[in-house]
Write a protein that binds this ligand. Structure first.
Ligand code: ATP
Ligand code: MG
Length: 565
């Protein structure tokens, strides 16, 4: 490949509407161009990288025994009615109509379509287990598309779906996919971790996410120092708190005229934030519910939603709060509400003695509060908070937090879709049995952005070798048009390609400074300069993208260096 015959268009200026480094660099390198909110064109340069990621994903899926197919991106409403998701999926689902007024959606995922395929194609247990996958465009009408292809509306996903007769087969395939994903992200040269994920109604550890570790990641991840326990903060669990101490203080009403937050109240009273309690007013199927977490903790909405009776809860309105607690927000608490209410205490709150809550009266809190003495024991005690750095982990270690970008998700789905769509096969005894399913996603286009978040410097992208648009750039400096230099550059390109290296010749005739800046910006791992001086000396100037300085090498030494990676 010669760059003079390619479309490369870089810019020096950092686009001011791009927040993340990966988004800035992808625009500056000319890898992507925005068409509309969350919609991007992949330029020839960007597409080279995307295709390299795709190829590795495909190779490893094939190696793991999955079978590739291709499903439409437009899916009929009827199928989504069968699964019950037409109404449930929410505004991320882009619904469209054809000329006959028939309704369709643009695929955000493909459980319905693959289950339909499976119910028609699979009839006997002898065809199982089987894992079908595709690498296909998805559309989700994200509420806030941002960060370029990191969270776009249209994106490329690898989605796989496995079908099983027996639960242990599903577990085996789930582990097989875990191993395949580990190989994929290792080959891509990324620093990643698999973490336990929230698996919705199914529970257990039936779901894991793969995250590329990066400070800019949208997800908070929790790790234990004592074991390989790792979980998305959405799902992470800390150790049980120590038993509740005996009451030591008398109940007292304290004036807090302007102090509404736990921090302000703790500062006024000169007590630790850990002894204050936040009251979160919600409405659930059981009516008004006050959820309590310590002042230094945050409610975890997913965990709270899993407490019995809390599925689909919402925040209470000011009018509902006034009706049930007789107070305005800022001074709420579980002691002596205006009406009988339900109280859900986080485990840590249930283990507190002598704590501080709002008095349900503007300008007042109460301190020295104790369960059983000053208010009834909570109606429910549950883990409803996010873990925080330094928490004791269940394994005795300490919780550390890091940030990650979700690039993959594996999931034991069970029978829900197969049941809803009637996807059965005949089992060993000739009886119809509903199949179990697993599903396994990879955000192919997001990986490109995630890799840049992890690998860049002030001069641009630094591709891991496997993802680079080219591994080697041969930069020809030949202002006089010396035939020997052109000849040397072209024959080096041929030799590199013959050695199995993906190489490009920069024959655009740019000045060295501009040429080198481009090659660094677009992140080529190896740069080789062919110049008049080098040709005369029989050497090439070589520089690895991360190296401090260039060095002059003869051809044998150059190839040795390149082969070493
Ligand atoms: P997120 O939590 O980031 O919204 P998700 O959990 O909804 O993602 P999945 O349904 O698990 O996503 O989809 C599989 C993979 O597709 C994700 O792991 C992610 O890498 C990728 N992905 C999901 N949404 C987007 C998006 N809007 N843009 C780019 N990639 C995405
Ligand atoms: Mg996910």
């Amino acid at each position: 490949m010669r760059l003079s015959q390619f479309h490369l268009r870089t810019t020096k200026e950092t686009p001011n509407d791009a927040e993340l480094v990966s988004h800035q660099l992808m625009l500056r390198a000319g890898m992507i161009r925005k068409l509309a909110s969350g919609l991007y064109t992949w330029s020839p340069l960007g597409l080279r990288v995307l295709r390299k990621v795709e190829a590795i994903v495909r190779e490893e899926m094939n190696r793991a025994g999955a079978i590739e197919l291709l499903m439409p991106t437009i899916q009929p409403r009827e199928l989504w009615e069968e699964s019950g998701r037409w109404a449930k999926f929410g505004p991320q689902l882009l619904k469209i109509k054809d000329r006959k007024e028939q309704e369709f959606c643009y695929a955000p995922t493909a459980e319905e379509v693959i289950t339909d395929f499976a119910r028609n194609e699979l009839s006997s247990y002898k065809q199982l287990p089987v894992n079908f996958y595709q690498i296909q465009t998805k559309f989700r009408d994200e509420i806030r598309p941002r960060f370029g292809v990191m969270r776009s509306r249209e994106f490329l996903m690898k989605d796989a779906y496995s079908f099983h007769l027996h639960a242990d087969d599903l577990v085996r395939e789930y582990r097989n996919m875990h191993a395949a994903y580990t190989r994929i992200f290792t080959r891509l040269g990324l620093e990643f971790r698999a973490v336990l994920a929230d698996s919705g109604a199914i529970g257990g550890d039936a779901s894991q996410e793969f995250h590329v570790l990066a400070g800019s990641g949208e997800d908070a991840l929790a790790f234990s120092t004592a074991s390989d326990y790792a979980a998305n903060v959405e799902a992470a669990i800390a150790a049980e708190p120590a038993p509740r101490p005996a009451p030591g203080e008398a109940l007292r009403r304290v004036e807090t005229p302007t102090q509404k937050t736990c921090e302000e109240v703790a500062a006024l009273l000169g007590i630790a934030l850990q002894r204050t309690v936040k009251s979160i007013a919600t409405m659930s199927e059981d009516g008004f519910v006050l959820a309590l977490v310590r002042g230094d903790h945050e409610v975890n909405e997913i965990k709270l939603g899993k407490v019995a009776g809390m599925a689909g809860y919402r925040m209470a309105t000011e009018a509902e709060i006034l009706e049930h607690l007789g107070s305005q927000p800022g001074f709420l608490g579980p002691v002596k509400p205006a009406k009988a209410i339900r109280v859900i205490a986080d485990r840590e709150v249930a283990a507190l003695a002598d704590f501080v809550v709002g008095a349900n009266e503007a300008g007042f809190h109460i301190a020295g509060v104790n369960w059983g003495r000053d208010l009834p024991e909570p109606d429910a005690v549950a883990d409803i908070r996010n873990v925080v750095e330094g928490d004791l982990a269940a394994d005795g270690g300490q919780i550390k937090l890091a940030r990650g970008i979700e690039v993959g998700h594996i999931f034991q789905l069970g029978k829900q879709y197969a049941q809803a769509l009637g996807a059965t096969v005949l089992d060993e005894t000739g009886k119809a049995a509903v199949m179990s399913m697993g599903c396994y996603g990879i955000g192919v286009s997001r990986i490109v952005a995630a890799a840049i978040e992890q690998n860049h410097d002030a001069n641009g992208i630094i591709w891991p070798s496997a993802m680079a648009p080219w591994q080697v750039a041969v930069c020809m400096i030949n202002p006089k048009g010396d035939a020997a230099v052109t000849e040397a550059a072209q024959s080096l390109l041929g030799e590199l390609q013959a050695a199995g290296l993906d190489a490009v010749l920069d024959d655009r005739g740019l000045r060295p400074g501009a040429m080198f800046a481009d090659i660094e910006l677009i992140g080529i791992p190896h740069r080789v300069v062919v110049s008049e001086r080098g040709v005369a000396a029989g050497t090439f100037e070589y520089r690895a993208r991360r190296a401090e300085a260039a060095e002059n090498l003869d051809k044998a030494a150059l190839f040795e260096r390149l082969r070493a990676g």
